[in-house]
Ligand binder design. Structure first.
Ligand code: ATP
Ligand code: MG
Length: 454
């Protein structure tokens, strides 16, 4: 895919370069979904004028700053390859807007060279460009060598001070690519981590990027989130982003079931969720599921209920979408279930009835990761596997009100009154058929409903 879009952009005669993450991933042999292109010698208006004959051109804004254009080619065969459009930018430089070194904006400037545009980027491996016309690689900061060493190194000493989000971007790349940080980069992170408190929450959490994912989400979705989270802890970035982690660091739980300190336990669970291919909601739940343990140990609340409240607060602050936030809170609230009861079809149906099938699946995924990070007995893992098997087997058994063979109107027809009691009667019928699926028969349920009236 990338080669065709590159060939097309080249055919426009702009002498464009493909830049940043796309070049990094190309050298790593990884597919890069949305490639960015840099067009030298133009400003915003010039870029527009050059592209308008070939399709529709929209202004591209990132965090309220105009950074270039999103281009929708008229050529249908290219449009299907890039349905969201192709991002092209003029060269840009940082312009000071005040006395502090953080007071700057990034502005298009036709006179800026490719090398200077690379200089404002975050890491050397992200500061490379490839000229489409010749295939030449522009690599002013040794990005290629760092890539071979699998190391992340900042382009400049002030990089994190200028934009502290780059700290989380770096940790995200650690998780995604399995890279390490140079010692100097770790030191820079340590000394600038406190600035993360001033970064807008969307850029870290919920995300305003086209993919809707902030850097923390991308970190969790990577292959090695535990390594990245350890670095986040050791550099101080973790507590800046999620102050609720402070009490968990080094917190030792009583008993031998969970020998790791709470922070290490949490990292291991997140890693287990990643190894199991879990979705973002489960990985976020893994990150937050036990953070209320220290508080619960001090008081008398259950750690799962307190944890769900904590998860809501963290995700609200990080501007995650409400739907995801509520899903994560439900996973955290439900995660502490026991597996010591007999795991049979009835257990599975009740589990489905209280959680629904999607949440049930997430709870199993989190439990597997959680058990994997604890000292557990074989039967616990066997029971979990059995629960998973039975949840699939019982998926079609009635477990929702909508599965009942009768509805509220049927109950009114046999004499029930509208109102809360009607709802309660339906729930009671559901409990009944969850226990006895064969009883989910219209006549039988109406008979029960009549009996309950008498
Ligand atoms: P991915 O596309 O997989 O999220 P990426 O490295 O391409 O990774 P983008 O957000 O697409 O990340 O950014 C494209 C390029 O822009 C980066 O490779 C980097 O060169 C530069 N860049 C992005 N964000 C920053 C930043 N906060 N500071 C400096 N440079 C940045
Ligand atoms: Mg990219």
């Amino acid at each position: 895919m990338s080669t065709e879009i590159r060939r097309y952009i080249r055919s426009l005669g702009l002498d464009a370069y493909v830049v940043g993450g796309a070049v990094r991933d190309e050298l790593l042999g990884i597919e890069h979904a949305d490639e960015d292109f840099l067009v030298p010698g133009v400003d915003q208006a010039g870029l527009r004028a050059a592209l308008e004959p070939h399709g529709r051109v929209e202004d591209l804004e990132v965090h309220g700053q105009l950074v270039g254009v999103r281009f929708h080619p008229r050529d249908g065969s290219i449009r299907v390859l890039a349905p969201a459009g192709i991002e092209l930018t003029p060269p840009r430089r940082e312009r000071s807007t005040g006395p502090g070194h953080r007071d700057f904006e990034i502005v298009p400037d036709a006179s800026v060279s490719i090398v200077d545009d690379m200089a404002r980027r975050d890491f050397t491996v992200n500061a490379m460009a490839r000229r489409l016309e010749t295939g030449e690689l522009v690599d002013p900061f040794g990005g290629r060598e760092d890539l071979e060493r699998r190391e992340l190194r900042t382009v400049g000493r002030e990089s994190f001070a200028e934009d502290p989000l780059r700290i989380i971007r770096g940790l995200r790349l650690v998780s995604q690519l399995g890279f390490t940080l140079t010692d100097e980069t770790v030191r820079q992170m340590q000394s600038e981590a406190r600035r993360l408190a001033h970064v807008s929450a969307e850029r870290i959490g919920g995300g305003q990027a086209a993919d809707g994912l902030g850097e923390l989400s991308k970190l969790l979705l990577g292959r090695r989130p535990a390594a990245a989270l350890r670095l986040a802890r050791d550099t101080g970035a973790l507590v800046e982003v999620i102050p609720e982690f402070a009490d968990a660091i080094g917190y030792q739980l009583p008993g031998g079931r969970q020998p790791l300190p709470l922070d290490e336990h949490v990292f291991a669970v997140v890693q287990g969720a990643a190894d199991g291919g879990a979705k973002l909601a489960v990985r976020l739940a893994a990150l937050l599921h036990d953070l209320a343990k220290p508080e619960a140990d001090r008081g008398d609340g259950g750690h799962a209920g307190l944890g769900a409240e904590l998860a809501l607060a963290v995700m609200r602050r990080l501007r995650y979408p409400n739907v995801l936030r509520d899903e994560v809170a439900r996973i955290v609230a439900g995660h502490a279930f026991w597996l010591d009861a007999p795991i049979d079809a009835l257990f599975a149906r009740r589990f489905l009835a209280s959680h629904g099938s999607a949440l049930a699946e997430s709870l199993v995924a989190l439990k597997r990761a959680d058990l994997g990070a604890k000292v557990v007995e074989d039967w616990e893992l066997e029971h979990l596997a059995e629960l998973e098997r039975l949840l699939a087997e019982e998926a079609e058994s009635p477990h929702r009100l909508s599965d009942l063979a009768v509805d509220g109107d049927d109950l009114i027809a046999v004499g029930h009154r509208e109102g809360p009691e009607l709802g309660a009667a339906l729930v009671r019928l559901l409990d009944h058929v969850v226990d006895e699926p064969a009883e989910n028969d219209r006549d039988r349920l109406l008979e029960l409903a009549r009996q309950w009236l008498a």
